[in-house]
Design a protein around this ligand. Structure first.
Ligand SMILES: [Zn+2]
Length: 276
């Protein structure tokens, strides 16, 4: 699933491609893609342009020059793909924005879990999960102090589960939660509220460092993820523990283990990330 670095990479790739392109038409092939807005509302985007390219957590936030807003969540396998010239519709293409210069932006999604919300500024409050997102881990408001306060709200929960909670920190998913916990040297099943101040500082720093590095590497392509140019990410080369169960820990050589925490697979080094 695309997480913060992948969604940010998609955002940046589209920011480099779409400004000043006038929309000539929008086709919605799969109406269930739309959580808000209908085919008629999309058709009314003709003659307008994408002019705002934002992101919150794993949500893409687009604006148009008619004040309409489009929120996109790629979920598991959603891809926004730019084609310099129109192409034949592919299997799993669910929507297409056509531009007057002949180029197009296609939404392709094998699993069909992704969602579009076409709304206005006020309607953003109705986008499920958007208004309750926690702080962006790369923003100035994020700190070990913020993390401490958030972890303290979940005294009985396991740490990994709390890090995946989008109301705590926006944009972390399974890949980066495992990598962050490894970098910080903290076991995924530790009690969220039981960390020392030093551990909370290590965790906050690891989050910033790893997400920043992953954005610089244009995200992680494990299976499906590509950016708007259909280009794979590069951070998979730098992963230390995610999906590496049975392999030696790059720090100490102990075998990396895999357990389930809150229903999600979690890889960690039992030596570098002790349970107590
Ligand atoms: Zn280790």
């Amino acid at each position: 699933m695309p997480e913060l670095p992948e969604v940010e990479t998609v955002r940046r790739s589209l920011l480099a491609l779409l400004p000043h392109k006038k929309i000539s038409g929008v086709e919605i092939f799969t109406p269930t893609l739309l959580a808000a807005g209908d085919a008629q509302a999309f058709a009314e985007l003709a003659g307008h342009e994408f002019c705002d390219f934002g992101r919150r957590g794993k949500y893409l936030l687009f604006g148009f020059d008619n004040a309409a807003r489009l929120v996109v969540h790629l979920r598991m396998t959603g891809k926004l793909l730019y084609h310099p010239a129109a192409e034949a519709r592919q299997k799993h293409d669910h929507a297409r924005f056509r531009f007057e210069d002949g180029s197009e932006l296609v939404y392709n999604d094998t699993r069909k879990f992704g969602r579009f919300w076409l709304t206005d500024e006020a309607g953003l409050a109705n986008v499920s999960g958007l208004s309750t997102l926690g702080v962006e881990p790369l923003d100035a408001e994020f700190s070990a102090r913020y993390l401490h306060w958030q972890l303290a709200r979940h005294p009985k929960a396991k740490l990994k589960a709390v890090l995946l909670d989008q109301t705590v920190v926006a944009g972390l998913g399974n890949i980066y939660a495992d990598e962050v916990l490894f970098r910080a040297g903290v076991h995924p099943e530790r009690a969220a509220a039981g960390l020392s101040t030093a551990e909370e500082e290590r965790l906050a720093n690891a989050m910033r460092e790893i997400l920043q590095k992953a954005i610089e590497s244009r995200g992680t392509t494990f299976r499906d993820y590509v950016d708007g140019n259909n280009e794979r990410g590069g951070y998979q080369e730098q992963l230390k523990v995610f999906q590496k169960q049975g392999e030696p820990c790059p720090n100490c050589g102990h075998t990396i283990e895999r357990i389930r925490v809150a229903g999600r697979s979690s890889c960690f080094c039992p030596h570098c990330q002790p349970a107590e």
